[in-house]
Ligand binder design. Structure first.
Ligand code: SF4
Length: 121
């Protein structure tokens, strides 16, 4: 089986073909222009990850929510659970840029951190 993946590591957006055996092993990777594309395609087939950017509710702040992002990419299969955990989280103002809003979200070892500040009312 050949799986076609667009590498999103840089704006070139190379079209990478990953040949996979019936047992799920990678036989070959072609179409990538550099080694980063090989690594991206390999991870995408074996253990896809995604970054997450959203908001967390703030209590007692001048804003109701503060923007946030994952400190590292999260396993793709855990994105839905992580979104639910983040949606149910509440933090108290003030929030500073870089504050950890949800630590070790869903046991992934990844923190959800504030990407802006929110002063208290
Ligand atoms: S393979 Fe290399 S050059 Fe092509 S999109 Fe990926 S990182 Fe960019």
């Amino acid at each position: 089986m050949i799986k076609n993946i667009t590498c999103v590591t840089c704006p070139m957006g190379c079209s990478v073909n990953v040949e996979i055996s019936e047992t799920g092993e990678i036989i070959s990777i072609t179409g990538n222009t550099c080694k980063r594309g090989d690594l991206y395609a390999r991870n995408e087939v074996t253990h896809p990850k995604r970054s997450l950017a959203t908001t967390v509710r703030v209590e007692g702040g001048v804003y109701n929510v503060v923007p946030c992002k994952s400190s590292e990419d999260l396993p793709k299969e855990k994105i839905f659970d992580c979104m639910q955990a983040i949606n149910s989280a509440r933090v108290n103002a003030p929030v500073k840029l870089g504050d950890i809003l949800v630590a070790d979200v869903c046991g992934t070892g990844v923190n959800i951190i504030a990407t802006n500040h929110c002063p208290a009312k």
